[in-house]
Write a protein that binds this ligand. Sequence first.
Ligand SMILES: CC(C)(COP(=O)(O)OP(=O)(O)OC[C@H]1O[C@@H](n2cnc3c(N)ncnc32)[C@H](O)[C@@H]1OP(=O)(O)O)[C@@H](O)C(=O)NCCC(=O)NCCS
Length: 174
Amino acid sequence: MEQGSFRFVAISELHDRAAFTGGHAEIDNYFQGEGLTRDLQQFMAKCYVAETVTHEIGGFFTLSMAVLPLDKLSKSKRKSYGRYGDVPAALLGRMGVNTPFQRQGLGSSMVVEAIEVVRNGTITAPILIVDAKSESLIEFYTQFGFQRLDESPDPPIRMWRMVGAGGEENEVKG
Ligand SMILES: CC(C)(COP(=O)(O)OP(=O)(O)OC[C@H]1O[C@@H](n2cnc3c(N)ncnc32)[C@H](O)[C@@H]1OP(=O)(O)O)[C@@H](O)C(=O)NCCC(=O)NCCS
């Protein structure tokens, strides 16, 4: 998919991870260093970047497999999803936009792209999970139909949305 001057591709050696900084120390360290390297080597996560034509990184996100315990869902959702026991899910594990490109819509495009990847990838999942790292990010993800999974007062706050039909129900319409 393309977003303005960016296109989404799997991360590769063409990308200079050290040049990325999104202003969140934990996420920057993960992306620049061993954290992401290990996740890729161990097939724990796939990483996608929004790149310019010169392979400059506008932003990145990772997707991993996860499981949503059935008892976390409402009764009606349990009935609809429970035939495999706990519910297979994808985890939007880390996400960051390079500081010069923040607040220009790229982060929003990355959430939409992550949903598309889970919908149309080779492995599918009915649910996408994200851990909002701060209170203000809860608002960010709510725009895309994510809702809180736990009532835990402290971040990270786990949120979820359906990937298929119905997932948009909670989106905040602008
Ligand atoms: C969070 C992040 C990915 C958002 O990317 P972005 O490209 O700046 O976001 P967008 O331009 O698509 O934002 C669209 C809207 O979402 C909301 N929003 C964006 N960032 C937000 C934030 N940090 N907190 C609350 N709301 C936010 C705003 O309403 C914004 O619209 P506005 O700019 O007109 O006010 C980016 O700020 C980032 O990389 N932050 C550091 C790393 C991080 O926190 N990652 C997420 C961990 S859960």
